[in-house]
Ligand binder design. Structure first.
Ligand SMILES: Nc1ncnc2c1ncn2[C@@H]1O[C@H](COP(=O)(O)OP(=O)(O)OP(=O)(O)O)[C@@H](O)[C@H]1O
Length: 638
């Protein structure tokens, strides 16, 4: 934890040192704040002048305001002089404490917030650069928790904890030292309850924390279940599952209440216990202390401990009483802080775990790449074997060649590996065996930035980001002009829809594009891809979730997008494959057959069977192959 903080506090270490130095000053003034009472009582009750080096001149100065009434011959200073001196000392200590607390807390808050912001930005940027393989293995909530909750834990330790921790330790040490110097025998007596108090504080803080943690975890479940139920409200209503959802939700709420009550009960027991211990300790100090301070002759022996008679003054007794109360707070703070520190240490561990993950380096390639930044788009898979699980390959020796500017459709049953195959191209994953090349260069030899800049992907469900519609299209090419954005939108057949919105191109996009229909989102994504103008295009079932009308619109937009590019399209709707040059059928991670639509249909193999299966429930038998052949065939005929 210390190493983690030291590393991430670079640039702010001097401020931390300042906060530490100020803590020393604050603690010293707090500990000394009990002394003015001692000075006053010693003067009035015991007729003793204060014995503080280098202060006589000041008391002499104050003496001129008083007279010698109430003093005896042994006293050098007047009562008023000493009272004014004690008052000034109290005021000065209070002011020092206030100013120091202000600076100290401001510094701690600044360092805490600064560290939190820096860590958040760093962690987020790192997460964004981690490979897809890492992302799919994570739970989204878990990752978000690290960016928000875990960093807050560290922020809290720095803002509230470090200063309190240090001042707690210093206050305890300071108080004990002063007490021991004043009267060590009486200190041992006065501290009789301290071990019990300490153990109680330690145990109870732990119990309260444990119960609160469970309650917080249950609260997390409550939030998750509520959010899942609200997200799936349509399904819940459709299946009339409202009561079932309410029961599941109620279970989590009950758990949260149980632990919340447990924490409350522990807290309720804790405070009275502390009061009892402190009261017992005060009783000892007051009764025994007052007896000794009253000047009774003999020493008092308690076991091996002898307290010399008349070794206490009423003033010293007051200091002991004040300290007895002051001891509790730092103990409590320290105990709380051990937990805060352990939570922060666990949080730091979880954050470091992510920071230790190697990120994708967009510039790095296994060999130096000296080719052009724009590639032509010839794709070849050779003997590619790959899987997500080390023991379960998904692709078994794929050989596939896609010429520049041609369109290949990947079809096959669900789970046959179509998406996986396309994911190897932008190097979201790397093949176990064989190679994937683009323009004859292994994808591993391209800098990631170059490779991915040359590939555009339109997925099944395009996601829009927060911002305006224009921003969402312009993502395709940072710095694109308004004209370029509008041209792309026109080509994607979304321009009219956008201009029909109240804000036009500046209309806001709500969370993940919820205020747009699926078809509109797809067309915005197509405009984005058009603007990107990448030579390679991957379409992963871009019309799957659309109704007939929206599908027709998106297909029209795609028609423009796919022109002149190397395209891999994954499609379940075999009837829409008329526009591709070649179809590859995947079966359990192997290419079962390849050919044009007509060839495969005539061949009577897996593709023909898939077609029959899809047409089984059609009202009329479909004959979707284009009358004039595929584009490639059309080109050849021409
Ligand atoms: N991230 C992943 N981790 C582990 N296994 C995965 C992962 N993604 C896919 N798989 C598995 O790999 C196999 C191929 O999945 P893939 O998504 O490539 O199939 P697909 O043909 O595209 O299917 P669909 O048509 O349903 O999208 C499946 O068995 C799937 O369970």
């Amino acid at each position: 934890m210390i190493r983690f903080l030291y590393r991430h506090l670079r640039g702010r270490r001097l401020l931390v040192c300042l906060a530490v130095a100020l803590t020393f000053v604050a603690v010293a003034s707090d500990v000394l704040a009990a002394f003015p009472f001692k000075i006053i009582l010693d003067k009035i009750v015991n007729h003793r002048d204060p014995d503080i080096p280098f202060t006589d001149w000041l008391i002499d100065y104050f003496d001129r305001f008083g007279n010698r009434g109430g003093t005896d011959a042994t006293e050098e200073h007047t009562q008023l002089g000493v009272l004014l001196f004690a008052g000034l000392m109290f005021l000065a200590l209070g002011l020092i404490s206030a100013v120091v607390a202000f600076v100290q807390l401001s510094v701690a808050a600044f360092v805490g917030q600064d560290l939190g912001a820096k860590l958040r930005k760093k962690l987020f940027a790192h997460i964004e650069h981690l490979p897809l393989d890492w992302h799919v293995r994570q739970q989204v909530g878990e990752v978000v928790q690290r960016v928000s909750g875990n960093i807050t834990d560290i922020e809290k330790l720095v803002t509230d904890g470090l200063v309190d921790l240090l001042s707690g330790v210093l206050t305890l040490a300071g108080i004990l030292t002063v007490m021991l110097v004043l009267n060590w025998q009486f200190t041992v007596l006065a501290m009789c309850m301290a071990p019990l108090l300490f153990v109680t504080v330690l145990l109870y803080t732990r119990w309260v924390k444990r119960a609160s943690k469970e309650a917080a975890r249950a609260a997390g479940h409550v939030a998750r279940v509520a959010s899942a139920s609200i997200t799936a409200i349509v399904e819940l209503k459709a299946f009339t599952l409202e009561r079932w959802a309410a029961r599941a939700f109620g279970g989590h709420v009950d758990r949260q209440r149980r632990f919340g009550l447990q924490a409350g009960r522990r807290q309720a027991e804790f405070n009275p216990l502390v009061i009892v211990f402190i009261t017992v300790s005060d009783v000892v100090i007051i009764t025994l202390g007052a007896w000794i301070a009253a000047g009774h002759e003999q020493g008092y022996t308690l076991g091996i401990l002898t307290i010399p008679a008349a070794s206490l003054t009423i003033g010293t007794l007051t200091v002991f009483l004040a300290y007895s109360k002051q001891l509790y707070q730092p103990m409590r703070d320290l105990s709380k802080l051990t937990l805060l520190a352990s939570t922060a240490a666990a949080a730091a561990g979880r954050i470091q775990e992510i920071l230790d993950q190697p990120r994708e380096d967009h510039r790095l390639a296994s060999r130096r790449y000296a080719g052009p930044p724009r590639i032509r788009g010839e794709i070849a898979y050779r003997g590619v074997v790959f899987g997500y699980d080390p023991h379960r390959p998904v692709l078994h020796g794929i050989d596939l060649h896609i010429r520049v500017g041609t369109r290949l459709a990947l079809v096959g049953l669900s789970g046959s590996g179509k998406t996986t195959l396309t994911r190897l191209l932008p190097r979201f994953y790397e093949s176990w065996q064989g190679s994937v090349t683009v323009d004859g260069v292994d994808v591993r030899d391209y800098p990631l930035g170059v490779l991915r800049d040359n590939i555009a992907i339109v997925p099944e469900d395009s996601i829009l980001f927060e911002g305006t519609v224009r921003d969402n299209i312009a993502i395709g090419r940072p710095g694109a002009t308004d004209d370029q954005v509008i041209t792309a939108a026109r080509q994607a057949h979304i321009h009219d829809t956008i201009t029909g919105l109240p804000g036009g191109y500046h209309s806001a996009v709500r969370e993940l594009g919820k205020n747009f229909s699926r078809g509109q989102r797809q067309r915005i994504a197509i405009a984005r891809a058009l603007l990107r103008d990448a030579p390679i295009l991957i379409l992963d079932e871009p019309t799957t979730n659309l109704d007939v009308e929206a599908e027709a619109e998106v297909l029209r937009a795609l028609e423009r997008l796919t022109r002149g590019r190397t395209v891999i399209v994954i499609s379940h709707r075999l009837s829409t494959l008329g526009q591709v040059d070649e179809i590859a059928v995947l079966q359990a991670g192997r290419i079962a057959e390849r050919g044009t639509y007509r060839q495969l249909q005539a061949q009577g193999g897996p593709f023909a069977r898939l077609l029959t299966e899809q047409n089984r429930y059609a009202a009329e038998p479909l004959t979707p192959a284009p009358a004039d052949g595929t584009p490639q065939e059309r080109k050849q005929q021409a």
